[in-house]
Design a protein around this ligand. Structure first.
Ligand SMILES: *[C@@H]1O[C@H](CO)[C@@H](O)[C@H](O)[C@H]1NC(C)=O
Length: 599
């Protein structure tokens, strides 16, 4: 019987573990495929919404087809590869709140390594002053107790935390790399709280920035300052989108549009010039705009445009299709702020954004607003309810869950130019756009709207908000006389929130001469799964190596099984021999007893 032989045990174990680890590893490394992740496709018929199950399936197959043709080398061949349905020309991979932790969560980093051992040695080697030997011994014993019952635990906890931080970096990196590879975004954004704390000293700040660029978002780069433009009346477009699935700008798909969050630069009461400056140095500007024009590769896209370079049509309300990305530092929109200069920067930026926007009567531009703090919503709409806290010592803003209602109005009525007054310019419908943010780790998808139909002459139309799903089900979205905008609070990519990634598609609808957007998510699952798979892989690799070593030893004539049995007898007792002895003894005694009985 080879039941208990160590080599057989290892072989049998590997027989189970190898397929398991291979299956789990394949799943982990290809999870966007198994989850059917894809950027939403523009609908081929208006009757089928982009979020429906059949459209989601079609989106997945279009993405798979792209990969197939890339692998087969036929991607550039228009006769072999023509997508059955056009893919959105602008595809934004949106990631929320990675919040890289660091030394602030490692006890030995802020307490020192084994501090009581150092103290103990000092007292024991007479390097300290004591009135008597008794006091010295007392101190030594104190230190000894603290060393055993405190320092060692801090040390173990610190080692665990350090490993945890490295694993977390790789977990986040895995999300970015895998989703980026499979879904093929044209642009990427991280919506604030790139780091875990605004209280870091410069050394730790740059260490974490180094991990952000060197480990989590390897091969990615920041948006350079000369590209991150300040809004102006006369501007150069940043780039173009569209022109088929392979015409994606590779430069922009590698850049990360970083948004400043409270853990990066602080809330209004914390932001200082120094905190804002080091953020801009490591991650890019806090306020800027990017403008992407749709590649007009089709004659129907160049007809009767108001602002056409060659053939302007002064009677047209159609503009050159353009996406305007507004990156906005919302950390000091609300008051009171510690630095009024920095707050003025934000206000001036918003005013310039409004002053350089196209008049609301025109069609064809789309405002994609990227910021950190979500807009105001009454209690119960999202997970985070309205919350404000102020510092005792100077009354400045210490913490907020959402923007104030007034600041939110600045987005809705200012940047987007919507109005509750149907007689306002452009009938109050405002500019098309979408707002993306983070902060609330749970995520939320909402529709802000104002009802222009007022029956009660004493009440003014006011801003309301509903969950996106409820608003669409109630038919409020797109209803005449109810202008509105979608706000998506992207769920965090942290393990505790399922390693989420947001996929925003924006495409141009020629019939209505408007851009349209749809959103999907691609979660990986909690970080434990990532750990389990990698630990299992390590165990399997070790097992395979061990079994190879055993095979070599057996081949050179060594009896591996009995060698291991001798080495660790308690694990593999030599049952054969002992068993036989017991049987023999039993028989002898039985016979002896019988003899006594018969005598
Ligand atoms: C807008 O207000 C009118 C009049 O009060 C009401 O009949 C209508 O249902 C409201 N629409 C929405 C979407 O709330």
């Amino acid at each position: 019987m080879t039941r208990s032989s160590p080599t057989a045990l290892l072989r049998n174990g590997l027989r189970v573990l190898v397929p398991l680890s291979v299956a789990l590893t394949i799943y982990l490394y290809l999870y966007p495929i198994f989850n059917g992740c894809a950027f939403p496709l523009p609908p081929d018929q208006d009757s089928i919404p982009a979020a429906s199950a059949s459209t989601r399936r079609a989106a997945f197959f279009e993405t798979a087809k792209v990969h197939w043709h890339l692998a087969a080398g036929t991607a550039g061949n228009a006769t072999v590869f023509a997508p059955a349905r056009p893919i959105a020309p602008f595809r934004l991979l949106a990631l929320g709140d990675p919040q890289l932790e660091g030394d602030t969560s490692i006890p030995t980093d802020y307490l020192g390594t084994l501090p009581h051992l150092q103290s103990l040695v000092k007292h024991a080697t007479f390097q300290s002053d004591h009135p008597s030997l008794r006091q010295r011994i007392r101190q030594i014993l104190h230190d000894f107790v603290d060393l055993c019952l405190e320092d060692t635990f801090h040390l173990i906890e610190s080692l665990r935390k350090r490993l945890d931080l490295i694993g977390n970096d790789f977990y986040l990196a895995h999300i970015y790399r895998t989703v980026h590879w499979w879904t093929r975004p044209t642009h990427v954004t991280v919506l604030g709280d790139l780091l875990g704390s605004q209280w870091l000293d410069d050394a730790e700040f740059y260490r974490r920035a180094g991990r952000y660029w060197g480990r989590v978002f390897r091969a990615a780069e920041r948006v350079l300052d000369d590209v991150a433009a300040y809004p102006a009346q006369e501007y150069d477009v940043t780039g173009y989108v569209g022109g088929g699935p392979f015409n994606e700008s590779t430069a922009w798909s590698r850049r990360i549009i970083n948004v400043a969050g409270n853990h990066d630069i602080g809330y209004a009461g914390d932001i200082t010039e120094q905190r804002a400056e080091r953020f801009e140095k490591a991650f890019g500007k806090v306020n800027y705009e990017l403008r992407f024009e749709l590649l007009r590769d089709d004659p129907s896209l160049t007809e009767s445009l108001y602002n056409d370079e060659k053939n302007p049509d002064p009677n047209s309300d159609r503009l050159i299709p353009e996406l305007r990305i507004i990156v906005l530092n919302s950390m000091n929109l609300d008051t009171p702020a510690a630095s009024s200069d920095l707050q003025d920067d934000t206000y001036t930026f918003i005013n310039t954004v409004i002053n350089t926007a196209a008049a609301v009567e025109f069609k064809g531009q789309f405002n994609l607003i990227l910021t950190h703090i979500p807009l105001y919503k009454p209690e119960g709409v999202c997970v985070d309810d309205p919350f404000f806290d102020f510092y005792d010592y100077d009354g400045t803003l210490k913490e907020q869950n959402q923007l104030s209602a007034d600041a939110s109005k600045g987005f809705l009525e200012g940047i987007l130019g919507m109005s509750g007054d149907v007689n306002a310019a452009g009938r109050g419908r405002g500019r098309r756009g979408i707002i993306l943010n983070g902060h609330d780790h749970e995520g939320c998808d909402t529709w802000h709207y104002v009802n222009q139909t007022v029956t009660d002459p004493d009440s003014k139309p006011k801003w309301e908000v509903k969950r996106w799903r409820q608003a669409t089900a109630a038919g409020i979205v797109g209803r005449e006389g109810v202008p509105g905008v979608r706000e998506i609070t992207v769920r965090s990519m942290m393990g505790d929130f399922g390693g989420n990634a947001g996929l925003l598609s924006v495409w141009f609808d020629r019939a209505s001469w408007e851009w349209k957007a749809e959103y999907a998510t691609c979660p990986l699952g909690r970080q434990h799964f990532w750990w389990v798979v990698h630990i299992l892989d390590l165990v399997v690799v070790a097992g395979v190596l061990l079994s190879a070593i055993f095979a070599v030893l057996s081949a050179v004539g060594l009896d591996v099984d009995s060698a291991i049995g001798r080495l660790i007898p308690s694990l593999f007792p030599r049952q054969k021999g002992t068993g036989k002895d017991m049987v023999q003894t039993g028989t002898k005694e039985g016979v002896a007893t019988k003899k006594v009985d018969s005598g």
